[in-house]
Design a binder for this molecule. Structure first.
Ligand code: ZN
Length: 258
């Protein structure tokens, strides 16, 4: 069985009661496939009873603080767990980044700490580009650039959406997008869409996706912004009316069985 764990469910515009910045992971066959690392992700995951040393892949969708602000804490926490439990990490951490400056920045920051001796586990860094970025025979992850950060002057996109295949299911994570249309045919026939609503009206996205008959079987809203914060029940009711079926909103500490 695949489980979807949510560590942070809010957009980054402003602090939200009971919600922290975006982070979630799939759990399958004893491993965690982790996406984005907002502020307190490591703490919430630990409180949920998850083993941080079982993280196999960690993908950052784009270099904004509400998606990677918790990365230093997460990598540090893994280090501390190894030190205090004398356990080791059995395989490298496959770290997928939209800009390698994220890793050098984290290492520079951690190097200012007196106890820092470098990562005690293998880190395999990769820069994300369009196409399949990971496939271990159980889980595959495909990336596609989006237009959340516009069209870059240097031609190198640094914001991505992801399509994950696991246990016969197809899950699409929007990341942050300019429009749902950024995801193109990633959406067609997917079993679950994790759709950010920090930059979009949930009902408008649902109406468009229903009109276009993309054959999306389920939607969970992530990266919630003002719309759901201000008027949760009515916003959700409008979205469900537009979609024509029940919808769910991710909250911090929630787990969905897929
Ligand atoms: Zn964001």
């Amino acid at each position: 069985m695949v489980k979807l764990h949510v560590f942070g469910s809010s957009a980054g515009t402003e602090p939200q009661p009971g919600r922290h910045h975006t982070s979630w992971a799939l759990e399958f066959d004893g491993k965690l496939y982790w996406f984005d690392a907002g502020e307190s992700c490591y703490h919430t995951a630990s409180e949920m009873g998850l083993d941080l040393l079982s993280i196999k892949t960690l993908c950052i969708s784009h270099p904004h603080i509400d998606h990677c602000g918790g990365l230093p804490n997460l990598l540090w926490a893994m280090t501390k767990i190894m030190q205090v439990t004398a356990r080791s990490k059995s395989e490298p951490l496959e770290l997928f980044l939209p800009d390698m400056k994220i890793l050098s920045g984290v290492e520079n920051w951690l190097s200012t700490f007196d106890k820092w001796r470098g990562f005690p586990y293998d880190v395999a860094p990769h820069r994300i580009a369009d196409g399949v970025i990971f496939d271990d025979g159980k889980v595959s992850i495909e990336a596609r650039h989006n237009f959340h950060l516009g069209v870059p002057e240097d031609g190198v996109f640094r914001s991505f959406s992801f399509r994950i295949k696991v246990d016969g299911k197809v899950i699409v994570f929007s990341g942050d997008v300019k429009s749902y249309a950024d995801m193109g045919d990633f959406l067609d026939g997917c079993d679950l869409l994790l759709m950010e609503t920090g930059h979009h009206k949930s009902s408008e996205v649902c109406a468009a996706l229903r009109r276009e008959q993309r054959n999306i079987r389920d939607i969970i809203f992530v990266h919630s912004g003002r719309e759901l914060l201000n008027d949760y029940n009515n916003a959700l009711a409008r979205a469900e009316a537009a979609w024509g079926a029940p919808l769910r909103v991710a909250s911090d500490g929630s787990t969905f069985e897929l």
